[in-house]
Design a protein around this ligand. Structure first.
Ligand SMILES: NC(=O)c1ccc[n+]([C@@H]2O[C@H](COP(=O)([O-])OP(=O)(O)OC[C@H]3O[C@@H](n4cnc5c(N)ncnc54)[C@H](OP(=O)(O)O)[C@@H]3O)[C@@H](O)[C@H]2O)c1
Length: 230
């Protein structure tokens, strides 16, 4: 299968590239800065051309379009919106909100995946599987009753609505649009206090994504494959 992953320099995105490439898939690994993505470059260099490195900043429409031009008309079976940002809890509380960070998080995590789907939909439609899988967060659920970072949680909640809208709009074209909460993972974003190591979380997410069928269109799943409450 052909797979495109955003935000692939580190964390979950890096692990997804590594594991999909190891499994023999054709992987388009995208990152803001290919020049500094040393770890990722080792994976693409060792893949014998099965995984390639591409520049894409999901916060910048021109960058997304340039990446789509570079990839051309290659079919993309699985488009994975993984790129994300977390400005830290201190600056997104009710008492102390950094509105610039809020706009940035919304741009990267809600508008970003929308831009990526706009730019790569022809590639998805040209593929066999036609899957769009997007990493969201449990904190976006109304059912999540712990402390939340308001900007991050609302950006992911906005993302959820954008993807459920696209699930409805694209279903007649055979596209499967699914949201995934990947678990609480010990990446740079969540830090060492989280639950899971990135290789384990990526293996679980990969299993869920590769098993998606049109029956999963519009669903929100956990890394376990179970449905996530809204
Ligand atoms: N970790 C968790 O516990 C957890 C829980 C729920 C959901 N998630 C979601 O899972 C996804 C992966 O998170 P992670 O934990 O792996 O985070 P991470 O370690 O912080 O990695 C985030 C990735 O996103 C990339 N990125 C940031 N801004 C970007 C932009 N403008 N354009 C393209 N790429 C950009 C980063 O690339 P650079 O190297 O260029 O900065 C980095 O590779 C995110 O969507 C996150 O919200 C994570």
């Amino acid at each position: 299968m052909n797979i495109l992953i955003t935000g692939a320099a580190r964390g979950l995105g890096y692990e997804l590239v590594r594991q999909f490439a190891d499994a023999g898939h054709r992987v388009y690994a995208t990152t803001r800065n290919p020049e500094t993505a040393d770890k990722l470059k080792q994976v693409t260099d060792a893949s014998g051309g099965k995984a390639t490195l591409h520049r894409m900043d999901v916060g910048d429409g021109e960058s997304v379009k340039a990446c789509a031009r570079e990839i051309g008309n290659a079919p993309i079976d699985i488009l994975i919106n993984n790129a994300g940002v977390w400005g830290g809890l201190d600056t997104q509380t009710f008492q102390n909100m950094d509105y610039e960070n809020w706009a940035h998080e919304f741009n990267i995590m809600a508008m970003g995946p929308f831009r990526v789907v706009q730019a790569f939909l022809p590639n998805v439609l040209a593929s066999q599987r036609k899957i769009i899988a997007t990493m969201t967060s449990q904190t976006a659920a109304a059912a999540y009753d712990h402390v939340i970072g308001y900007s991050y949680a609302s950006a992911k909640a906005g993302l959820n609505r954008l993807m459920t809208g696209l699930a409805n709009e694209l279903k007649d074209e055979g596209v499967t649009v699914t949201l995934i909460h990947p678990g609480w993972i010990r990446t740079e974003m969540a830090g060492p206090v989280a639950d899971m190591d990135p290789p384990d979380a990526a293996a679980d997410v990969m299993k869920v994504i590769t098993a998606l069928t049109p029956a999963d269109n519009g669903k929100w799943l956990k890394w376990t494959g179970d449905e996530h409450p809204w």
